[in-house]
Design a protein around this ligand. Structure first.
Ligand SMILES: [Zn+2]
Length: 167
């Protein structure tokens, strides 16, 4: 295949994966979950797919992307999703975006955006606005610094540990 044909092929497969993520999200609504779906793809194969299960699991962090990345890590037996693409039916919220950075995914592809989510009553845009435009003093949750003399003890122990697994 020529480079251009490969590019077109990848583009088409990405559209198919996104279509699947959107289907996962729509099916999720029918099954009592949130309207979000995500896939993790590695080397052209879907390694995990998940929907939003916040209300089903009583877990505010059970967003589709986080669920998909957790499932992908279990499937691949690793805590790093380097070389993976996160395909998500909606623009990741700041938590999911941070999670994807922690997971070291190569790329993130989304369909609906934060404004679409806001229309449906979700806080994605509100939280983005908090991070991007509001000082922490104006956040609904207070963030406070409590300084203790031993505050770096966990890091000291970490740095002194010769057999640590860096991540
Ligand atoms: Zn999220």
């Amino acid at each position: 295949m020529t480079a251009q044909a490969e590019e077109t092929n990848l583009h088409e497969r990405e559209r198919a994966w996104m279509d699947e993520a959107i289907n996962v999200a729509t099916t999720s609504v029918r099954n009592g979950g949130g309207p979000f779906g995500a896939l993790v793809v590695k080397d052209g194969e879907v390694v995990a797919r998940a929907n939003n299960q916040v209300t089903a699991n009583l877990d505010p962090t059970a967003h589709a992307e986080v669920n998909a990345m957790r499932a992908a890590c279990k499937e691949l037996g690793t805590f790093s999703l380097e070389g993976c693409v996160l395909i998500t039916s909606c623009e990741p919220c700041p938590m999911c975006l941070s999670s994807a950075l922690w997971a070291r995914v190569d790329r993130i592809v989304f369909a609906a955006d934060r404004d679409d989510a806001a229309v449906a009553g979700f806080d994605d845009r509100k939280f983005y606005d908090l991070f991007e435009k509001r000082p922490q003093s104006m956040w609904p949750a207070q963030v406070e610094h409590l300084d203790l003399p031993n505050r770096t003890a966990p890091f000291d122990a970490w740095l002194a540990k010769t057999d640590r697994i860096d991540y």
